[in-house]
Design a protein around this ligand. Structure first.
Ligand code: BES
Ligand code: MN
Ligand code: ZN
Length: 499
């Protein structure tokens, strides 16, 4: 989807669809009034009759409105004026995008940005409306071709011209490219998107963006580095494991990079601690941490962010096999710390342990954020609405939570108090890889913390937020928005980007 701005008056806009917002209680916006006038009061008559959507998430498409060039007018409910915050505005934009996708329009002129949104300026509203419309335009097509009569994608969306809005069109396209990549990878089946496919994807990204560089560590190289914990998880799979390292050098040479470390389990059977058969197919999404890290890198490269950023992906498949690692095994990780395996299904932390150690040693980042679909317990705790943020560093937690609020891609903090650490004690190694039923997400975070010692580090558990349930289900592209915002904040803000 491409974004532009235009000086055209709404009623004259040369696009297939006008998109306007309507609150439950406020005065209708200026475009509503302009369309109402052009159509001899059609909108106000419908509004008075209670025919127009006003609640958040509700939409209606009117056809052939008199006096309007566009063939359709899409009205999106914005809910109560005093409740209209960033998250609700983004939701309304997604709902508008869904209605747009379910029409024959291939272009639109978006006037949602006329609404007053608490604490948000025009630049923010333009960027987030664009991202919401694009989010809903996504349709998976890699292994299922659309019907001949399926609704077409929206190719172009314009916004009313202003300097603030014009500055956001390129930015929104860049962020959208990252979200799209993340969703594409998350949705692909595990027989296509295996560890080698993630390697190919990283290589392809370096061809598209000359500023990106890639380094691939194969199993032989990882064995030399004693990355035994990562290798143990992959040893039951016929698909070789890889560590993928992408780097972007947009900042001064002397600046230490920010690092994103992604869990890239391309399929999680649970291994010898085999998962139950029902819903196992969902575990293709266990590489969404990796997909997020790669998506963020794509956005960073599109934005040409003036910052040094590294992405490290542990790309591994977790399978049961005669060669697979087993419960009871004690593994010496790259850090030298030993781990007793109690459950081969707690594999994410095993691969991230070595990926974090490698990152600390070879990237020496200023801060590290790992992203992982790590625990089912996280879905129980937070559902699908928030990514869990865990870090011993209060300032880093604050940065990430603030970025999530700004991007309408929220996180919520869970504690990493020392009190939880003893749950992973064992007589047979420095730690075991599970901490029992209580606080399963936190004990996983505690495990990771031991491999991030000395780093400014945070862990995002995205088991709930990475997947969008409902119809159609698909990878959500989260938390690409949160992390891009975090990086942009570190780089001094959006101004000057995306040109
Ligand atoms: N990838 C899963 C986490 C997961 C499970 C995410 C279900 C979403 C839904 C992870 O590798 C896993 O299997 N975790 C185990 C950990 C347990 C063995 C301590 C889990 O959550 O059950
Ligand atoms: Mn697992
Ligand atoms: Zn997993």
């Amino acid at each position: 989807m491409q974004f532009t701005t235009t000086q055209d008056a709404p009623v004259d806009a040369s696009s297939d669809c006008l998109i306007i917002g309507l609150t439950e209680d406020g005065q209708p916006g200026s475009s509503f009034q302009a369309i109402d006038q052009a159509s001899d009061g059609l909108l106000s008559r419908l509004n008075e009759a209670g025919e127009l959507p006003r609640k958040i998430g509700k939409t209606l498409v009117l056809h052939a409105v008199p006096g309007v060039t566009a063939a359709r007018v899409l009205i999106a409910g914005l809910g109560k004026t005093d409740k209209l915050d960033g998250v609700r505005f983004y939701k309304a934009s997604c709902a508008a995008g869904k209605a747009l996708r379910q029409s024959r329009a291939t272009s639109a002129h978006c006037l949602l940005t006329e609404a007053n949104v608490a604490d948000r300026d025009l630049a923010w509203k333009t960027r987030q409306a664009a991202l919401g419309l694009a989010w809903s335009d996504y349709v998976y097509s890699a292994t299922k071709k659309p019907d001949a009569d399926a609704f077409p994608p929206t190719e172009r969306v314009s916004f009313p011209h202003s300097d603030e809005a014009a500055g956001q069109t390129g930015i929104a396209e860049a962020v959208q490219a990252g979200i799209q990549l993340c969703r594409d990878l998350g949705d692909l089946p595990p027989n296509i998107c295996n560890p080698g496919y993630l390697v190919d994807t990283a290589r392809r990204m370096t061809q598209e963006h000359p500023g990106l560089e890639v380094e691939i560590l194969d199993e032989e190289r990882m064995a030399e580095l004693d990355m035994n914990s990562l290798l143990a998880v992959g040893q039951g799979s016929a698909n070789p494991s890889y560590l993928i390292h992408l780097s972007w050098r947009g900042g001064p040479d002397e600046d230490r990079p920010l690092a994103l470390v992604g869990k890239g389990i391309t399929f999680d059977t649970g291994g010898i601690s085999l998962k139950p058969r029902d819903l196992m197919e969902q575990m293709k999404f266990d590489m969404c941490g990796a997909a997020t890290a790669l998506g963020v890198m794509a956005a960073v490269a599109h934005l040409k962010l003036p910052l040094n950023v590294d992405c490290i992906v542990a790309a591994v498949e977790n399978m049961p096999d005669g060669k697979a690692y087993r419960p009871g095994d004690v593994i010496t990780t790259m850090s030298g710390k030993t781990v007793e395996v109690h459950n081969t299904d707690a594999e994410g932390r095993m691969i991230l342990a070595d990926a974090l150690t490698w990152t600390g040693q070879f990237v020496k980042p200023a801060a590290t954020v790992d992203i992982a679909t790590l625990t089912g317990a996280c879905v129980v705790a937070l559902g699908h609405h928030a990514s869990a943020v865990m870090t011993p560093d209060d300032a880093l937690a604050e940065e990430l939570l603030a970025a999530g609020n700004e991007a309408a891609d929220r996180g919520w903090r869970l504690p990493l108090w020392d009190d939880y650490q003893e749950q992973i004690d064992t007589p047979f190694a420095d730690m075991k890889n599970i901490g029992g039923m209580p606080a399963g997400s936190i004990t996983a975070g505690c495990f990771l913390s031991r491999f991030a010692e000395g780093q400014r580090w945070a862990h995002l558990d995205i088991a709930g937020s990475a997947w969008q349930w409902g119809k159609p289900e698909s990878a959500s592209g989260r938390p690409v928005g949160l992390l891009v915002q975090w990086l942009v904040d570190r780089a001094g803000g959006w101004s000057g980007l995306g040109r």
